[in-house]
Ligand binder design. Structure first.
Ligand code: PMP
Length: 404
């Protein structure tokens, strides 16, 4: 029987004012609750230090610019970027992928070029490429999954050709929690001259990520899944790739010189940050990174992996429960109860003070591959404990009793 003895419980629930005693919040993969340190950083950003960035000639604005750019440096250090100039602030992973598709894809790819995705991608790593396909005539290939729900890299390797210019994959699946062997994916992509984009939404809150060690070319994530604010996120790309990318959105802050005859553009990252940014979002992300780093991503990973192991044992022992995904999933467990719609599971669990997600998780092609319309999904964060897993298992047992 797995216990949490092999990982030290993090005991962090007191850091989260929005998690009342007895409420098992198991929906961190959708969005993480916020620790007080992040709430404080956001509040401070607005209540005593607020001003615009990059433009002000007064001290308050200069200070806020320093704080905003300090967040960029913190992100760079957090993810092993060679320079803060490689860190583009965006609204979230969705915007980051759309930016890459429109700017890099729109300028580099042409009819007949191919890109490789996988069967388990989030819609935000599918639809932007389909929109690009409609505009340019590129073709999209889809790597299948292994029986236990990982991207099948042997199959992917066999599919790659010199015509492939990009491989874009989830670093961690938001439905199955399966962890990609990203280094291998990078080597495979580079062997045929393709770039590798990693969707790191579910990886950055759950494991240490170092883009230099992974040797990927693009990496995106959303701050709100990393205990930070919504409406903020990161696109990282290798410096020489960003340098060669044309502007995406036009407006203030992304220019060098504007005349009606001709406009020249700022170097990255400013070139890709048109308009007044989500200033306080950067401060919130900075605090969120400090928060997870103080705990340690390795400790978080061990903690969540242990919770997954325990959940799979407890749920797997219940007749009529079907578990999806691999045993060593990073912090996420998808499951079904025979004859019960996942929404009913979610509703009954809510009565038991257990919050899970039920649905297709913005991964309909994965649902098709699993042969289900939806799954129930429990996902863990630093505040969860074995007691939350017990509450989940008791709730699912009640579901099976109700539906007989
Ligand atoms: N990719 C993955 C793997 C995700 O889990 C999510 C969020 N569910 C996204 C992309 C999109 O993130 P956002 O909605 O924050 O842009």
């Amino acid at each position: 029987m797995a216990t949490l003895l092999d990982s030290r419980p993090l005991d962090r629930v007191a850091d989260f004012p929005a998690i009342p005693a007895g409420w098992a919040y198991l929906d961190t993969a959708a969005t993480a609750q916020k620790p007080q340190a992040v709430i404080d950083a956001i509040t401070r950003g607005y209540d005593t230090t607020y001003a615009t960035v990059h433009r002000g000639v007064y001290q308050r604005s200069a200070d806020m610019t320093l704080a905003y750019e300090a967040a960029r440096k913190r992100v760079a250090r957090f993810m092993g970027a060679a320079s803060a100039d490689e860190v583009v602030f965006v609204r979230g992973a969705t915007e980051g992928i759309n930016l890459v598709a429109d700017s890099w894809g729109g300028s580099q790819l042409k009819a007949g070029d191919r890109i490789l995705l996988s069967q388990l991608e989030h819609h935000s790593n599918i639809v932007p490429w389909q929109l690009l396909r409609d505009r340019t005539g590129i073709e999209i290939d889809v790597a299948p999954l292994t029986a236990d729900g990982r991207i099948d890299l042997d199959a992917a390797d066999a599919m790659l050709t010199e015509r492939h210019k990009l491989v874009a994959l989830a670093h961690v699946s938001n439905v199955l929690g399966s962890v990609l062997d990203a280094k291998r994916a990078a080597a495979m992509a580079h062997r045929v001259g393709a770039k590798l984009l990693l969707d790191g939404c579910q990886a950055v809150p759950r494991m240490a990520v170092d883009v230099a060690a992974l040797d990927c070319d693009f990496y995106v994530f959303s701050a709100h899944k990393l205990y930070g604010p919504t409406g903020f996120g990161v696109l990282w790309a290798k410096g020489e790739i960003l340098d060669a990318m044309p502007p995406w959105q036009g407006g203030g802050a992304m220019i060098d010189r504007v005349t009606f005859a001709r406009t020249t553009y700022a170097p990255p990252p400013a070139r890709f940050e048109a308009g007044t940014p989500h200033i306080v979002g950067a401060l919130g992300l900075h605090a969120a990174i400090d928060y997870v780093d103080a705990i340690g991503l390795d400790a978080i990973h061990a903690h969540e992996t242990a919770l997954v192991k325990l959940s799979r044992e407890r749920l797997g022992a219940i007749n009529s429960v079907r578990l999806f995904g691999p045993e060593d999933s990073a912090g996420i467990v998808s499951f079904a109860v025979e004859g019960v719609h996942p929404h009913d599971i979610g509703t009954i669990l809510d009565e038991e003070q257990v919050a899970i997600r039920a649905g297709h998780h913005c991964a309909q092609p994965l649902m098709d591959a699993l042969g289900v319309p939806a799954t129930a999904r429990a996902s863990f964060g630093v505040h969860n404990s074995a007691a939350d897993v017990e509450a989940l298992a008791r709730g699912v047992e009640r579901v099976t009793r109700i539906f007989g």
